[in-house]
Design a protein around this ligand. Structure first.
Ligand code: 9PG
Length: 498
């Protein structure tokens, strides 16, 4: 037990193995540390497990209600956390102090889980010598100091001078992509100033069988060549750690799946109207297959890879090589980085944030956006804050901007079209502003769905790199224009009035 003098009038009682002063805060050591606060926080910062997981400042009195249905648990957050009776935070948490400062506690390593219990703040990891950073002060200052510590620990990987500009097929065409449609889309955007033309879900034979389906009769290499001939960089989506039962991989290699202690395949969630399973990435044959899969897509000519549903490699289970699960994911990502080389851009999605730091070029930092604001039936009715929608996407992304010194931040695509789009102009403007703040500017809009003025707004969006000043937690100034994300931050509750 120590007293931790944090400056001002705040002294905390701390249970930890060791403490020492560091740049901008304190370093603590211990598998389970407890900070006794001399006040009861009313708001705390909750950081979700992976890209899509809820990240927000929450009211300490707000009850934690388990999202429904539970078969979606792994897509929502770390499944064991969803069985707890209270909110848990992954990697770090923070609380507001009565005098308007912020107290932050963050792991300097993997597997960190934190929660607030009245006046006690608990932080747990798996190793007895787990290291933690604690700082008190102005919000941007303490988050910045923590980001610097994380950079030292995991390394930094950011695009210089700036992230690539991307066209992505998902948020317009969804799975309805094909060779002729992709070629027409590419052609329609020829004159546009962007770098990456990225095919999303819909090109593959099955989830697990990463070969082109019948909609791509000339093969993936021919399409990549056409993209390059158009002056763009070919990008491809794949979900290399998950498998559906319908895949050949599932039938041929049942022993490659991650199993629980009873020998049952571990659920990686439910999507495409079917259950998903996880590969055991510590299995040498899975590693050889991963290497071959990556080499194949590179040989076709794709060097911007959006790798998705990566949380699957970090689910609880019985592994061929026993190791902490976030470490297993980090090892699998390290293998992929080694195979694809330094020049391939890795945009990681559905990925636990900490294991990806220093390996990913870009990270998706929120839930999927959509051409609508929110599906309140799922968000509020089922307490599922990762269901696609602009509000769920923007909320988590804005609350993860502190990661900016470490990696490119992808807040998901911005919309410019009105066709097949229910977003109001001010809602589209929030998405566009966030893309400017992150510097990661992507869209899914095809030219053939756009009016001339919309195409010209998209062109301007891609051509401009406005100066951004942060005015507060949710307020920014972008080239002199103020943008306030505050209205998007509350968790919607079911309308109670009659
Ligand atoms: C392709 C998409 C896009 C998108 C990714 C990911 O069921 N779910 O919870 C769920 C969440 C996200 C999701 C799909 C399903 O989207 O984020 O950009 O690539 O896969 O299928």
């Amino acid at each position: 037990m120590f007293q931790l003098p944090l400056g001002g009038n705040l002294t905390l009682k701390v249970t930890a193995a060791e403490q020492r002063l560091t740049d901008g805060g304190y370093l603590l050591r211990g598998e389970h540390i407890i900070l006794e606060l001399p006040f009861r926080p009313t708001r705390f910062y909750r950081h979700g497990w992976h890209s899509w997981s809820l990240t927000a400042w929450l009211d300490s009195n707000a009850p934690f209600i388990r999202p429904q249905p539970y078969i979606h648990a792994p897509q929502i957050d770390d499944p064991p956390m969803l069985l707890r009776p209270h909110w848990q935070s992954v990697g770090l948490t923070a609380v507001e102090t009565p005098d308007g400062q912020v107290l932050l506690v963050g792991a300097l390593g993997l597997e960190g889980r934190l929660h607030l219990d009245g006046c006690q703040l608990h932080a747990r990891a798996l190793a007895a010598d787990a290291r933690w950073f604690v700082a008190l002060g102005e919000e941007q200052t303490v988050f910045g100091a923590y980001a610097r510590r994380l950079a030292e620990h995991f390394g930094v990987r950011r695009s210089t001078p700036r992230p690539p500009r991307v066209w992505c097929s998902w948020y317009s065409l969804y799975e309805n992509i094909s060779e002729p449609v992709m070629l027409a889309t590419l052609q329609g955007l020829s004159a546009m100033p962007y770098e990456v033309f990225q095919l999303d879900d819909g090109w593959q034979q099955d989830v697990g069988d990463w070969q082109p389906n019948a909609k791509f009769p000339s093969g993936m290499e021919a399409l990549a060549s056409a993209i390059r001939a158009n002056g763009k960089r070919p990008g491809l989506w794949l979900a290399p750690f998950i498998v559906k039962e319908s895949a050949r991989l599932y039938r041929e290699h049942p022993d490659w799946l991650l199993h629980d202690e009873q020998g049952t395949p571990v659920s990686a969630g439910h999507n495409w109207n079917a259950p998903m399973y996880a590969l055991d990435t510590t299995h040498p044959e899975v590693q050889a297959w991963l290497e071959e899969t990556m080499r194949t897509v590179l040989s076709w000519g794709y060097d911007y890879l959006k790798l998705d549903f990566l949380y699957a490699a970090a689910l609880p289970g019985h592994r061929h090589v026993d190791m902490p699960r976030e470490q297993a994911l980090r090892a699998a990502l390290t293998l992929i980085r080694r195979v694809v080389g330094e020049e391939t851009y890795l945009l990681l999605c559905g990925v636990p944030i900490y294991p990806a730091l220093g390996i990913a070029d870009g990270l998706r930092i929120g839930a999927d956006t959509a051409p609508y604001f929110d599906n309140i039936i799922v968000t509020a009715g089922m307490h599922n804050y990762i269901t696609p929608g602009l509000q769920n996407a923007v909320r988590s992304s804005v609350n993860r901007l502190w990661l900016e010194p470490l990696v490119d931040l992808d807040p998901d695509v911005a919309f410019f079209r009105t066709r097949y789009n229910m977003l109001q102009p001010e809602e589209k403007a929030w998405g566009q502003a966030l893309a400017h703040i992150c510097g990661f500017k992507a869209t899914s809009d095809p030219s053939f769905w756009m009016e001339a003025e919309e195409l010209s707004s998209l062109q301007t969006f891609w051509e401009t790199w406005p100066s951004v000043t942060r005015l507060g937690r949710y307020r920014f100034e972008i080239d002199g224009r103020e943008v306030d994300f505050s209205p998007l931050m509350p968790l919607p509750s079911w309308p109670a009035e009659l």
